[in-house]
Unconditional design. Sequence first.
Length: 278
Amino acid sequence: MKYIINFFLNHYLKIIGVFLLLLSYEIFAWYVYIDNPRFANRMFPRLEYIFFTSYPEFATYYGLEQGLIGFRINFYQATLVLIDSSLVTIVRLFLGVGLGILFGVGTGLLLGISPLIREISLPPILLLRTIPIMALIPLFLFWFGTREIGIIIFVIFAVFSIMIVSTLEAIRNVPKILLNHAHCLGATKMQAYKTVVIPYILPALNGSIRVILGISFALVLAGELLATDKGLGWLMILSERYLQTGRMLVIVIIFIIYAIILNITFIKFSNKINHWKN
């Protein structure tokens, strides 16, 4: 109970923001509903319709064992389907984002050791970064088909292209005076790189990772929409296929909840390891 109270006290502004967003949508949905009830439930369903009609309907989707099919539609079975699909999506997200950050930062640090190599490699990397990520989905489909590895590699590539640029730019912005002071104190090039450059760029990398976490679910969802028959993206495409806006909004809300939890968790983690934080 104490933890819940502290959570609300620490994040009350975010909670108020989410509440105002839901309130604004509900007011608009009621306006549409009063004007045209049949159209409203199809295009702009009210929150009551979303949670008490659209949500239970997920029990009819193929999401768990085949024995689930044919049972009476209820919240319990719908929750099982959404949990099963969520686990598939979350595994893809953690694998893709985690490996993308690891490869991106690691490659950036290796290239950043030498100023000459850094300046030579940065222009083609920046050129690669200008390519719209979503435009590459057909290529990944062509190369890997609808296999699981294709979605994960797509996310890895998208995250990698962001993190390597962020790492190289952060290294280039390290003040030379700090490196000169380290060398005057007797530090070698590698010692200065380890004790000055890497600690200095951590805040910038934290910011980049937060941006990636914000778009990570969108990347996974984009891959799932085109190249899978499992996950929340698959449920989204099925809902879109049958014009079930309420079910699509349920998935959107789930993504928002996951993104908030992921962001809060990362902030707490970065506060513990980054001594530049208050």
